[in-house]
Write a protein that binds this ligand. Structure first.
Ligand code: NAD
Length: 260
């Protein structure tokens, strides 16, 4: 379905980003996999993704905390593959502390990666999308883009901001063939969440699996994790013709978290 489309997925060597990159590769898109640095592991991953479909999968290193590296990545994509058709802003990070103890440099880092990096990739991708009169921007926000939790001030602020940025983009492109949407997962068992489960287990002395069960039952009424594959399928749907009138929306995949 995505043959001939060029897709950039930021932070796509693990977790949800990898699930989305895999789903796009299976749909024959050309896919740009991104992480901070290229390693033998990222080379092996790109080789594996290249076997999934007929598109070309390449790697573009960029530390998305650095504006110049974002600009270099987007320029490399254009020269190696062509103008971007599908942009998925997925890279993100978490830091947990009450506001009064929240280190200001951590605040800046979370806002910079989760929100400002998406602004930069979007401003760089939009001119080519407008020229082609087609584009898909998918921002991986969170249930925390819609509701809050204690000790996650920077994350919640960044994800609420990302949903707002996505809506502005949807309005600015409304009369074109471009759509901009957010996906809002609840808990997905990726390295980002595993770190939080392990930290809870270390603090409580209980097992990691007990803490995983508690984490789910506190927030996610389904009591099941969403999976990177499911997020990948949602991203493919947002790229389809069926979703051409879906813009400015926040697609929840949170087991009922934000329904309460
Ligand atoms: P993850 O840790 O597996 O993925 C984060 C990705 O971001 C990694 O691939 C990492 O390499 C990349 N990254 C981090 N810093 C970077 C930098 N400076 N430059 C480039 N890349 C960088 O975690 P995940 O859960 O798959 O997270 C992906 C997105 O999904 C994040 O935006 C996260 O906020 C969001 N999300 C996750 C969950 C969840 O439960 N896992 C829920 C809601 C939203």
């Amino acid at each position: 379905m995505l043959t001939g489309k060029i897709a950039v997925v930021t932070g796509s060597t693990s977790g949800i980003g990898l699930g989305i990159a895999q789903a796009f590769a299976e749909q024959n898109a050309d896919v740009v996999v991104n992480a901070r640095t290229q390693t033998p592991e990222t080379d092996a991953l790109v080789e594996q993704l290249n076997g999934l479909g007929t598109g070309r999968v390449i790697f573009a290193a960029a530390d998305l905390l650095q504006q110049t590296e974002i600009e270099a990545m987007m320029a490399k994509v254009k020269s190696d593959l062509g103008p971007v058709d599908i942009l998925v802003n997925n890279a993100g990070m978490q830091h947990v502390a009450p506001i009064e103890d929240f280190a200001p440099d951590k605040w800046d880092m979370v806002l910079s990666l989760n929100l400002t990096a998406a602004f930069h990739t979007m401003r760089l991708a939009l001119p080519d999308m407008k020229n082609k009169n087609w584009g898909r921007i998918i921002n991986v926000a969170s249930a925390h883009g819609q509701v809050a939790s204690v000790n996650k001030s920077a994350y919640v602020a960044s994800k609420h901001g990302l949903i707002g940025l996505t809506k502005v983009c949807a309005l600015e492109t409304a009369e074109s063939g471009i759509t901009a949407n957010s996906i809002c997962p609840g808990w997905v068992r990726t390295p980002l969440v595993e770190d939080q489960i392990v930290a809870r287990a270390e603090k409580s002395g209980r097992s990691v699996e007990e803490e995983a069960r508690d984490l789910l039952s506190e927030k996610q009424p389904s009591k099941q994790f969403a999976t990177p594959d499911q997020l990948g399928a949602a991203a493919v749907f947002l790229c389809s013709d069926a979703a051409s009138q879906m813009t400015g929306s926040s697609l929840t995949m949170d087991g009922g978290w934000t329904a309460v």
